[in-house]
Design a protein around this ligand. Structure first.
Ligand code: FES
Length: 93
């Protein structure tokens, strides 16, 4: 995943925007990354990746997290959403 690829697919937030937000705003918790154009506040798929960026920046001061290719990332998110919907169906929602 390059810097210009979207890390939050729900809100079209690029990896670069998130990394810059973490570097400049220095959030205390990963959840505060939501202040960066709503990243992580949709389906929830990207939250572990946002956490990784946050953790790495907090530990090393730099972010070099190795993330999946954009195609793989989108495919895995699709599976994640389908699994969530099937769980909703199991619960009768
Ligand atoms: S991909 Fe970020 S909340 Fe859905």
């Amino acid at each position: 995943m390059s810097d210009d690829d979207e890390i939050c697919l729900c809100f079209h937030v690029s990896r670069r925007k998130v990394e810059n937000f973490v570097r400049v705003e220095k959030p205390r918790r990963a959840g505060q990354i939501a202040e960066c154009f709503g990243a992580g506040t949709g389906c929830g798929w990207c939250r572990p990746f946002l956490q990784r960026i946050f953790d790495e920046a907090a530990q090393t001061g730099a972010v070099q997290a190795d993330l999946p290719t954009p195609e793989e990332y989108a495919r895995l998110r699709e599976q994640y959403i389908r699994r969530g919907r099937s769980k909703d169906a199991e619960r009768g929602e």
